[in-house]
Design a protein around this ligand. Structure first.
Ligand SMILES: NC(=O)C1=CN([C@@H]2O[C@H](COP(=O)(O)OP(=O)(O)OC[C@H]3O[C@@H](n4cnc5c(N)ncnc54)[C@H](O)[C@@H]3O)[C@@H](O)[C@H]2O)C=CC1
Ligand SMILES: CC(=O)[C@H](N)C(=O)O
Length: 365
């Protein structure tokens, strides 16, 4: 089906004189074997039951078919995850186990989401070293051996107190002070090294705080998700960052579209293997002001904890002009429509589904 579709698209594109970049894009998104057979890529997502993985699988399954996107993690999936497509156990620290999956499922693309985020990483440094550094060694080596295209996300957390913070360009001083940041700089550099040394098709985007209604995994930017759940449930929220802490952020839909567009971008468009991407920057008090339009009596107080130190060392405004220039990255969501979408999503899928009306704040939708 996909093969037919691609062939027709390519033929139509040629017949109608469609520009070569569309033909190139179609070709980038499909796999050719020696007989010229065209099929969709088989994609393995590691850490697939986390905040980004589940949504990423949904997007890629609509593009390439459910059976072509394999979700993996070390945690027990819920019913929805099992029903939505293939799910398998894969521990990122088990090289042979990963090797078997790649071979058995004839994987072409690897999207590597397994990680310990910034706040939980500080609480268990040895585990963060293993999962975030050893895990990256495993997937990079695997991708080299089996000639996979590999995506590894990096983060604003790959910068530190010596980096310029407003704006933070693509190439500048990094020197992060969290194990999470150190592990992400390591991933960026080893990926670039494998690209130059072995021709590995390594692709990496540095994401800002990603906002979705799914529970976040223990990062410094989590307040921007938690506030929706708490405020819509109780009308109150206690924020662990100071009200004026500015951080770059992005709505999940933009984040995953960036990932997909970047994975499909023709190689000759990419001047780097690692790009900054972002959509907006805001502070907790700016988010609260926006959210107050939906929850007029919203009460937020501020009790900064050790995540404040981390946030104070991160970029405030992220410069993603190189991604915009090279592969035409464009965000869609700003603060206002992000809040609009989040309020509806959390209200419909979490609050209404779980709570009785007595515990809910008064919402104006
Ligand atoms: N969520 C965000 O705001 C941002 C995320 N990122 C990156 O995106 C990736 C995904 O992030 P999230 O989904 O938010 O993280 P998450 O914490 O929600 O999910 C990470 C997943 O990794 C899995 N994992 C842990 N140890 C593992 C192991 N030994 N083997 C296999 N899987 C294991 C966990 O079970 C979890 O499901 C991470 O690499 C993160 O650094 C980058 C920037 C921002
Ligand atoms: C920005 C990130 O990488 C993540 N959300 C975190 O706060 O650790």
């Amino acid at each position: 089906m996909f093969r037919k579709c691609i062939t027709t698209l390519v033929q139509n594109a040629f017949c109608s004189g469609t520009s070569t970049h569309i033909i190139q894009e179609i070709c980038q998104r499909s796999i050719h074997n020696t007989a010229g057979f065209v099929r969709p890529p088989k994609i393995l997502i590691t850490g697939g039951l986390g905040q980004l993985g589940t949504e990423c699988a949904k997007l890629l399954r609509t593009q390439y078919g459910s059976e072509n996107v394999i979700l993996s993690d070390i945690i027990k999936p819920n019913q929805a995850a099992v029903e939505s497509g293939p799910y398998i156990f894969a521990d990122i620290l088990d090289f042979k186990g990963l090797q078997k999956i790649v071979v058995d499922h004839r994987v072409d693309w690897l999207i590597h989401f397994s990680a310990l985020l910034s706040a939980v990483g500080e609480q268990n440094v040895p585990l963060a070293v293993r999962v975030n550094i050893e895990g990256v060694h495993n997937v990079i080596e695997l991708a080299k051996q089996y000639k996979l295209r590999i995506f590894v996300p990096s983060t604003i957390g790959a910068f530190g107190p010596d980096s310029p913070r407003n704006p933070t360009p693509n190439v500048t001083i990094q020197r992060p002070r969290t194990i999470y940041g150190v592990s992400k700089v390591h991933a960026e550099l080893i990926g670039e090294y494998y690209y130059h040394k072995f021709g590995l098709d390594f692709r990496c985007l540095r994401f800002p705080g990603v906002i979705s209604s799914d529970p976040p995994g223990g990062g410094t930017t989590d307040y921007a998700v938690a506030i929706f759940h708490e405020a819509l449930r109780t009308g109150k929220y206690t924020c662990y960052l100071k009200p004026n802490t500015r951080l770059p952020m992005m709505y999940i839909e933009d984040c995953l579209r960036a990932l997909h567009e970047f994975m499909c971008a023709p190689d000759d468009k990419l001047k780097r293997r690692v790009y900054n991407v972002t959509a907006m920057s805001f502070t907790p008090e700016e988010l609260v002001e926006c959210l107050s339009k939906y929850i007029p009596n919203l009460h937020v107080n501020y009790k900064p904890d050790n995540r404040q130190l981390i946030a104070d060392s991160w970029p405030q405004v992220f410069d993603d002009s190189e991604a915009r220039r090279d592969w035409n990255w464009q965000h869609k969501y700003d603060l206002n429509n992000l809040v609009d979408f989040m309020v509806k999503d959390v209200q419909e899928n979490y609050i209404n589904a779980v709570n009785g009306s007595d515990t809910r704040a008064t919402i104006k939708i």
